[in-house]
Design a protein around this ligand. Sequence first.
Ligand code: SF4
Length: 493
Amino acid sequence: MIESKANRKFKEAAFYNSQNDGGYFLLPFKFHRLNGEKEILVNEVGDYLILPTGTTATIVNRQISKENNSELYGDLIANFFISEEAIHPLIDVLATRYRTKKHFLNYFTGLHIFVISLRCEHTCFYCQVSRVTENRDQYDMSIQNIDRGIEIMFKSPNPHVTMEFQGGEALLAFDNIKYAVEKSEKIAGEIGKQITFVICTNLALVNEEILYYCKEHKILISTSLDGPQSIHDSNRHKPHASSYALAIKGIKLSREILGEDQVSALMTTTTLSLEHPIEIVDEYYNMGFPGIFLRNISPYGFALRTEKSKYSTDKFIEFYKKALGRILEYNFQGHYFTEDLARIYLTKILTPFNTGFVDMQSPAGLINGVIVFNYDGGVYATDESRMLAEQKDFTFKLGTLNDEYKDLFFGAKAQEIAQVWSNEALAGCSECAFQAYCGADPVHHHATQGDMYGYRPTSAFCQKNMEIIRYLIELMESEPKIKKIFESWISKK
Ligand code: SF4
């Protein structure tokens, strides 16, 4: 059917040329009502203005003028919301700002996750992988797959790659880690690439020998700490032992041998955690960590088999706000202590820069920033993708380590995912004021809504991001000293 002229998406050029009837042209921006009194206007590069409710309508209806609203008019011009010329005279500055925001795309995949073994000696109920305690040959990554993973990793155009060993429990395959580290160090030296190594471990098996090896090879340790003993041990069950006691002992020994800043920890929020935001924050603070990352559980896969990890996004947001309140109390007392999810959003809100955090990017971090080489040779777009594969859902399997680089990273599957990995092009996100601060997560939407495109009005990913971003902005607006604290988190001072 031929569309009638009246229904065409774009109007005639003359219509747009007449759009500066009020003396200015509109540049692309979006707005969001923060509360009954204020609304936020955000431009293409994330600069924002907070104005009284209803201001957007007056701007769009050309009811403001240089003469009558000089301060607002000047702010709108200076911040690329309106222009007196059809092409803004500083369009190149705007383009540079846009490039800076998308700088993370320049180098392509940096993080290469090697699932070195699926075996584990813990039985955490929310574990994202199926645990297997025996049968090493079947569930450890073979030397052949390690070699091929290293070969593919060094094909990345990124001059600085990260090789992260995950499990199961990665230290159960420490000999294979040593093989992979030494081989990669040698190649990195020969071809002039920088490489960072990370071992993700519950630390139950760590010992001095392992840690001195890590020190020699500059390997970072990333561990799990879900809070005080009662929460940690309930979440992370280890038969006949306290996982918490082993983790704390391991953190202390790792800090002693590697240095304070070489050991990081992550928490996962369960239904039990929801009742203890203060205790969890206090545990991180008392353990001397510079901050905490308040992470909700991925609402799919293995985690959904138990009630202990099923909770609504509302409950998580409530928990998050209480925990953030406690963190701010520490800061009010003069201590530097951050919340890392907030730090990611705030970097995007308050600076011209983006972050390297792969879960909150547009285009999404999968493939562009991270790739997963599974123990069995499967190649997945993200860690959550291989978790889905353990449930026999291979939607995000890009191929195997035997495939060519171009077929894995630019093949049919990657192209299919690329259709939905930019929030600029997703219904709901494309008009959202928080688009520049948020990201796209096709894996989450596929897993929770059965469609990787996703439907924002019922998306838990959207609900969480929208409310936390709104809340952070509201906090900054309500108290200048909170804004100062947030700025210090970004500048790390
Ligand atoms: S996911 Fe939600 S909050 Fe994020 S950009 Fe899309 S609509 Fe906005």
